[in-house]
Structure formats: C-alpha cells, structure tokens
Design a protein around this ligand. Structure first.
Ligand code: SPV
Ligand code: MG
Length: 284
C-alpha cells in the first residue's frame, strides 16, 4: 500500500509551478493530495493551532517533526516541513536536519528569524538575525544532510520586518551563496507588489517560493509567468476546518438533530475509503 515518495527536489523544475497545500494531519495532507496538490506543507501555524497553541516556538522540534512525519507516512507526495527558525542555534539546526532526513522528509524551510519566533502575521518586527548568522545556520544545515536530494528552502522575513525589497534581495543572494536550494520570499502586504519587485530583480538565481496568504487574487498562471517556482497555500485547510466545524457543531445544537447536516457531511463509507479499510480487512 505504501509507495516510495519522490523527493521534493524532483518536482522543482524550470517552467513548472509546484503547488503545495498546508496541513497539520495525515488526513488533511491526504485530502490535499487527493485534490491534486504536488506536495504538502507541514505548517507551523496549522500544527500549533491544532494544539490550540500559538505559532511562537511553544511546541518543540520533536512535536513538529512528529506531525510532519505522520503526514509523510500517509502520503504519496512529499512533505515540505516548516522548520521555523531552526529550533535554536546551529547545533539545533544540525540536529534538526539529521532528524527530519531520518524521518523521510525531503524538504524543509528555515527562516531568518530569532528563536523563539513569532508567526509572520503577528510579528512585531525586530525579529531578524543578521545575514551572516543565518548564512552560518544554512551552511550548517546543508553540511548536515546525508542525501544530495535533501532540499533546504531559505526563507527571508525581511519584508515582514518592514525592510525594503533591496534588503530581501541582498539577504537572498547571501543565502544562495551559503548553499540554499530555494528562496522563500514572504510578504504581509495586501498585494503581491513587493514579491513581484523581488522577482523582477532576482533573475532566477534559485527557485522562488511564495506564500500568497494576504494577496489571494494572485492567479497560479500569473505566478508562473512572473517566475515563481513553488506556491504554498499555507493555512487554507486549517481555516476551512475551523469554518466547517463551527457550522457543524452549532447546527447540531440549534436544530436538535442532524437530518439537515447529513447531506453536507462526508458519509462514513468515505471515511472508510480514506482509511483504505478494504485492504486492511483483506489482511485477515
Ligand atoms: C506557516 O504556515 O506556518 C507559515 C506561513 O510559516 S505563515 O503563517 O504565513 O507564517
Ligand atoms: Mg510557519
């Protein structure tokens, strides 16, 4: 039933937009895969929210790793693990790469923020480490991998910190020099203006990853035309779950029965199908 998963690196090819969906459970990841997503983002926001905790380095590396590994075990597409700022200093970053790689994860993202980190949309600024410090962390991470396939995305939070596109570009070039396999450029503006300005000047030195949470109108074909290699829809699954569960639970209490809900809900046989129950039953 389980098939070897191709590496994330094998998906990233010139002229192709790799589409990645955020998830926090194996089931969420499986539904993203079923919908046709190329890969699944083990989102720190989603994983922490699933524990009703803030996305602020409150959970430990082990807990984030367990969530990512549980997803990867259930999926035929690669997981891209959101590894925050690397869970500490360079020693933590080295250990992180050893552990994630050993768990079968083929791609991670590390961001140039201090540890502990705060979610980008709640960040109050002044959260960056120096370019030099982050380059050392990237070099440490790249030196720690054992397979040449392991893919390290360097994420800059320069724009999130209110710094100009020129600073994001200078950091991205330094991170490329330190061995990063791709650059994630994150912005919290309500349009893609800053990210487009970055792409124009970047000239394709490494693949670029975007997270269009606050500029939802950026259409996939237009991203590809602008030179984006990977798009992460980081938290849409989590937000859809919140909306759906709120509606479901309140409807039960308001109506006193579930008749009206039934036609909206996935039937139990659908749950069994997702569990691949017939194949399990055939074992005994
Ligand atoms: C996440 O999904 O945890 C991310 C993206 O890192 S963001 O929430 O925008 O920081
Ligand atoms: Mg995150």
């Amino acid at each position: 039933m389980r098939t070897p998963v191709s590496s994330f690196r094998s998906l990233v090819q010139p002229g192709r937009l790799v589409r990645v969906a955020g998830a926090h459970t194996a089931l969420g990841g499986r539904l993203a895969q079923e919908a046709g997503f190329d890969a699944v983002w083990s989102s720190s926001l989603e994983v922490s929210a699933s524990r009703v905790l803030p996305d602020a380095s409150v959970l430990t590396m082990t807990e984030y790793l367990e969530a990512a590994a549980n997803m990867q075990k259930a999926l035929g597409v690669p997981v891209v693990a959101d590894c925050d700022s690397g869970y500490g200093n360079n020693a933590n970053a080295q250990h992180m790469v050893h552990e994630y790689e050993a768990a079968g994860i083929t791609a991670i993202s590390v961001e140039d923020k201090k540890f502990p980190k705060m979610n980008s949309f709640a960040d109050r600024g002044d959260s960056l480490v120096s370019t030099e410090e982050f380059c050392r962390k990237l070099t440490t991470a790249k030196d720690a991998q054992t397979s040449s396939d392991f893919f390290v995305i360097a994420r800059t939070e320069a724009l999130i910190n209110g710094l100009p596109v020129t600073e994001a570009l200078s950091r991205a070039h330094a991170y490329a020099g330190a061995g990063a396999d791709a650059i994630l450029i994150h912005s919290k503006e309500s349009t893609n203006r800053q990210v487009l300005a970055f792409l124009e000047k970047w000239e394709g030195r490494l693949p670029v990853v975007v997270v269009p949470t606050t500029y939802p109108d950026w259409q996939a074909d237009h991203m590809a035309a602008a030179g984006v290699s990977v798009v992460i829809y980081a938290n849409h699954g989590l937000r859809a779950t919140i909306t759906s569960l709120r509606h479901t639970y309140s409807s039960i209490l308001t109506n006193g029965d579930t008749t009206r809900l039934e036609e909206e809900l996935a039937p139990v046989r659908d749950v069994f199908a997702l569990q691949e129950l017939p194949a399990w039953q055939a074992l005994d």
